[in-house]
Write a protein that binds this ligand. Structure first.
Ligand code: FMN
Length: 224
């Protein structure tokens, strides 16, 4: 059994998103999964270019984006995996650009434009694949709720749910952003509060990431 964990943060070591993915990876490894953390920002690629090759009748069963660039092997690994976990910081209320581009190209080839005789959308994939989004953000939980983050960020979770049959989400709020807040022009943040969140809340979020992935791994094993 295989799991891919996609890091949609440009920061590849020690920072929030990748740390949560590493915790998630532990849960999957304990269940015997072969795992890989893939750093999107190490690759050069673009989002969906609307070529519609994946929608051609001759290609519809391929389930993969046919435009070739650095993302191609990552998309292949994602589709071959039994579990997909995508972690992203929130940038301007959305996943990062690279995460978004990855999701467009993962989702579109398995998005059906076909309906049955009752007008219901026909699924392209007939096997459930457990998936999850892990989001990290500056916003505290109450502010994130007020500015509609659960709806904005929930779009990709809903797409995963619709296309792959199963999705969960974990939000890590009020994350620690700079190594030393004193060096930055950023007085809207209270550094002591951020340190407290880093030292008390973030370990709880790490535990949630571990538990989330253990749960998804168990689902994937049960689906076998
Ligand atoms: C370009 C940019 C835009 C950001 N926009 C938001 C935002 O809209 N809302 C928010 O809560 N945090 C925002 N942040 C903060 C990051 O989401 C947060 O620090 C995140 O935990 C960083 O993840 P990382 O440590 O894995 O890189 C932004 C950060 C950057 C660099």
């Amino acid at each position: 059994m295989k799991a891919v964990l996609i890091n949609g943060s440009p920061r590849r070591k020690n920072w929030n998103t990748v740390t949560l993915l590493e915790e998630a990876e532990k849960g999957l490894k304990e269940l015997g999964f072969e795992t890989e953390i893939i750093n999107l920002y190490a690759q050069l690629y673009r989002g969906c270019i609307s070529c519609f090759l994946c929608k051609k009748k001759k290609n519809i069963d391929k389930h993969i984006c046919l435009y070739k660039d650095d993302l191609t092997p990552i998309l292949e690994k994602s589709m071959a995996a039994d579990v997909i976990i995508v972690g992203s910081p929130v940038y301007f209320g959305e996943p990062t650009g690279e995460t978004r581009a990855y999701l467009e190209r993962l989702f579109f080839p398995v998005t059906s434009y076909m309906v049955d005789e009752n007008g219901n959308r026909i699924s392209i994939l007939n096997k459930t694949k457990p998936t999850a989004m892990i989001y990290t953000m500056n916003a505290p939980e109450n502010i994130a709720g007020q500015i509609n983050y659960p709806i904005l960020l929930g779009n990709s979770v809903s797409a995963f749910e619709m296309l792959f049959g199963c999705s969960e989400v974990l939000y890590a709020y009020d994350t620690y952003q700079f190594t030393d807040y004193a060096q930055y022009e950023a007085n809207m943040f209270d550094p002591d509060h951020k340190i407290e969140m880093r030292d008390k809340q973030f370990p709880i979020d790490c535990k949630k990431a571990y538990e989330l992935d253990k749960r998804l791994g168990q689902m994937a094993l049960a689906n076998q």
